[in-house]
Write a protein that binds this ligand. Structure first.
Ligand SMILES: Nc1ncnc2c1ncn2[C@@H]1O[C@H](COP(=O)(O)OP(=O)(O)O)[C@@H](O)[C@H]1O
Ligand SMILES: [Mg+2]
Length: 257
């Protein structure tokens, strides 16, 4: 007998969201739906408004108009329920350098009132490949280890939705790959991940679906395959060349200017 999973609504919905700073309209009517248990990349250049959108979705900032829900709760009218369901990891790690990796995890476990902070810390250290470094001060960690610890900390309490704002900006190539591997494993465990990035290869590597934020709007939204279909394949003599995500991005952004 097969048991079908219960129908799940989208983890995140955004409709007609706007936000201005003075005269500068950063978000100009954003519509977005993110399926539960998926990794969705919000791809945009520096200054496109990615952090602004993530801050609105995580209740740190209020929109001027429009609505947004996270796991069914309205960010404006039910901020406490939204906060209970999310975790946010920014570009600047929340890791305390004086503490060891294990101590950082146990501290967050106590703050979030989990039943057994020590057991949860050990489990996360193993999952994030930090066992060998567990009892060293975080100050001695590489950039990639620190970011992995930061992501591990954000998972304590099992939030169903995780926001990762530019998780690999500032990391060396090796550390980026380590973080990519970690993020890939998260969605496999059922967490919904909204990841912002300015790197096309990162979106392509990690995301089930990608929204391109440009000029205050989502100018394209879909899987990498769907985004590729927006461009006809280029014919090069006898070989058909599939457009890369970069080709699609540059063509779409070019159309807007
Ligand atoms: N508090 C603020 N006051 C004024 N302008 C801001 C503020 N925060 C962000 N901005 C501006 O809004 C735009 C989008 O910023 P941001 O959301 O941080 O972009 P991204 O995360 O995509 O790099 C930028 O032009 C930035 O300068
Ligand atoms: Mg940002």
């Amino acid at each position: 007998m097969t048991i079908s999973p219960p129908p799940v609504g989208p983890a995140i919905t955004v409709a007609g969201l706007t936000k201005s700073y003075g005269e500068h309209r950063v978000l100009d009517g954003i519509d977005l739906t993110i399926a539960a248990g998926s990794i969705h990349a919000l791809l945009g250049a520096n200054g496109a408004g990615k952090t602004t959108l993530v801050r609105i979705l995580s209740t740190l900032l209020t929109a001027d108009s429009g609505t947004a829900t996270v796991v069914g709760h309205d960010v404006a009218t039910q901020p406490h329920q939204v906060r209970a369901a999310i975790s946010l990891t920014g570009q600047f790690a929340a890791v305390d350098e004086i503490l060891t990796g294990r101590e950082n995890l146990m501290l967050i476990g106590r703050l979030r009132h989990v039943a057994d902070p020590r057991a949860i810390a050990s489990d996360l250290l193993a999952r994030f490949d930090l066992i060998d470094a567990a009892d060293r001060r975080a100050a001695t960690y590489s950039g990639g280890m620190r970011r992995r610890l930061d992501i591990a900390m954000s998972l304590i309490g099992d939030p169903p939705v995780l926001f990762l704002d530019e998780p690999t900006t500032g990391l060396d190539p090796q550390s980026r790959i380590e973080v990519w591997r970690t993020v890939g494993e998260l969605a496999a465990g059922g967490t919904t991940v909204l990841l912002t990035t300015q790197y096309l290869d990162e979106a392509e590597q990690l995301a089930d679906s990608i929204a391109i934020l440009h000029g205050g709007r989502i100018i394209a939204d879909g899987t990498v395959a769907e985004l590729r279909e927006l461009l006809p394949p280029a014919k090069v003599e006898y070989v058909q060349k599939q457009p890369t995500l970069e080709d699609v991005f540059l063509a779409l952004v070019g159309q807007q200017q």
